[in-house]
Ligand binder design. Structure first.
Ligand code: BTN
Length: 258
């Protein structure tokens, strides 16, 4: 853990051998007003990991599960900038994982999934929390399947799960991977605060799993279907629905046709 403090932007590490959820623990630390920013909450064993929407997140003993607590600068708090931070983090993590997997394209699925051969290797759950004196915090919770064999994952995940170990056949040092993730995040978040989201929007298309696929997105209580054309300037998805270009800024995406 010392290396994390020495080599990265993290000011304090909260390590727990076992936790329900690193995001939940981060919320409790914020509410208690104790965590300096950026802090890292990390565990070896997460028993009630949360996923996006109503999903849960399975973490095996070989997984990396951690949350970074940020306090975004005031200039990042406009809705557009704030909502694009998770996309920037996904961009950084994709590059980090790609460095371990030469010869295979690691892809991004809006908003926050990182996939290899269409299977999920990393999930990101960003949550907002108001702390003491209504200070605004952003929690970025990250789960990466590192040293878990596929047969260790629950039955229902078998067809969508992939880990670095499954792809490489060797185990990797989780702390080294974590430091690489944090270094890339710092680099990209600095660029983001200087240049904004456009740089990332333009590069995203090189790794975009959804590009030109027919997708459906459920938003509010309806479902839209059309050809996915990429990200909008504010980080939403652009869909061609019978010749009309529409933007959706939230929702759950499913691929209907390749
Ligand atoms: C998703 O793909 O639905 C997001 C999964 C995010 C999982 C991580 S693991 C660390 C952090 N703590 C949680 O409870 N969830 C996130």
């Amino acid at each position: 853990m010392k290396a994390i403090l020495q080599q990265t932007f993290i000011k304090k590490v909260y390590y727990y051998p076992q936790l329900g959820s690193t995001n939940q623990q981060a919320i409790e630390l914020i509410r208690a007003g104790v965590a300096p920013v950026p802090s890292l909450v990390i565990t070896d064993c997460q028993t009630r990991g949360r996923g996006r929407g109503h999903n849960s997140w399975w973490s095996g003993v070989g997984s990396l599960a951690f949350t970074v607590i940020f306090k975004p600068a005031k200039s990042s708090l406009s809705v557009c900038r704030f909502s694009t931070i998770p996309l920037v983090v996904g961009f950084s993590l994709r590059r980090t994982i790609q460095a371990y997997l030469s010869g295979r394209l690691v892809t991004l699925k809006w908003p926050n999934d990182i996939l290899v051969d269409g299977k999920k290797i990393c999930g990101i759950l960003c949550e907002n929390e108001q702390g003491y004196q209504k200070q605004h915090y952003l929690l970025v919770g990250i789960g990466i399947n590192v040293n878990d064999p596929r047969n260790g994952a629950p039955e229902e995940l078998q067809s969508v799960f992939v880990s670095l170990y499954e792809l490489l056949g060797v185990k990797n040092d989780k702390e080294e991977l974590l430091i690489n993730c944090l270094e890339n995040m710092e680099m990209d978040l600095r660029r983001f605060s200087g240049e904004g989201f456009l740089y990332f929007r333009d590069k995203w298309s090189d790794f975009d799993y959804l590009l030109n696929k027919i997708i459906s997105i459920n938003y509010e209580s309806s479902v839209a279907t059309g050809k996915y054309l990429g990200l909008s300037e504010s980080g939403g998805v652009l869909i061609d629905e019978d010749g009309q270009l529409n933007e959706y800024i939230s929702g759950e995406v499913k691929v209907v046709r390749d």
